[in-house]
Design a protein around this ligand. Structure first.
Ligand SMILES: CC(C)(COP(=O)(O)OP(=O)(O)OC[C@H]1O[C@@H](n2cnc3c(N)ncnc32)[C@H](O)[C@@H]1OP(=O)(O)O)[C@@H](O)C(=O)NCCC(=O)NCCS
Length: 156
């Protein structure tokens, strides 16, 4: 049974290793597909970002990252990931359940997320936890610093 806990700055290296090459996190060729290391470090110490990790016998098996805007009472789930070999064992649901409980304790009243249209595991996970399916939107983005630009992208 995986243990779910709040991530600490000391988890940054392992977290970045897990999140750096997840195809489902890629939104386009021009933008990095995971949080740059310095931003991840800041996020781990920031009050408006919640990062939880799942681990078993000291091995990190997955994580969930959400941002929370208290002024809007709204959270956005930015990323959820479980190592492929450990999927379909309920780890994703445990991460999500713990996140939702933590958000509710902080006064959050609305949670939303975006998943790729073909991410079947993610869709199933959110559906199981009671998320309703909304409309299909076009992702538009713009990097305001080099940090977010993909090395091979058009904006470099
Ligand atoms: C989404 C993800 C975190 C789910 O993790 P998990 O530990 O497998 O989640 P759970 O075991 O709690 O539940 C997953 C559900 O999806 C199902 N599922 C898993 N992989 C699936 C697949 N490829 N197709 C359809 N359903 C799938 C599981 O059977 C389970 O549903 P069930 O309980 O009704 O049987 C994991 O699949 C993942 O890391 N995907 C890649 C990253 C991603 O897409 N993130 C979302 C965008 S940020």
């Amino acid at each position: 049974m995986a243990n779910i806990r709040k991530a600490a700055l000391a988890d940054a290296v392992e977290l970045h290793k897990l999140g750096a090459n997840v195809p489902e996190f890629l939104v386009n060729e021009d933008t990095v597909n995971f949080w740059p290391r310095d931003i991840l470090d800041d996020a781990l110490e920031s009050d408006d970002v919640l990062v939880l990790v799942a681990e078993e016998q000291g091995q990190m098996l997955g994580f969930i990252i959400a941002s929370y805007v208290s002024g809007l009472k709204k959270a956005t789930i930015e990323n959820v990931f479980v190592t492929p070999a450990y999927r379909s064992q309920g780890i994703g649901e445990s991460l999500l359940d713990t996140l939702l409980k933590t958000l509710a304790e902080r006064g959050c009243e609305y949670v939303a997320t975006l998943v790729p249209h073909d991410a079947a595991g993610a869709y199933r996970l959110y559906q199981n936890v009671g998320f309703a399916k909304g409309g299909t939107f076009l992702w538009l983005d713009k990097a305001l610093s080099d940090n977010f630009k993909s090395p091979g992208g058009r904006n470099v």
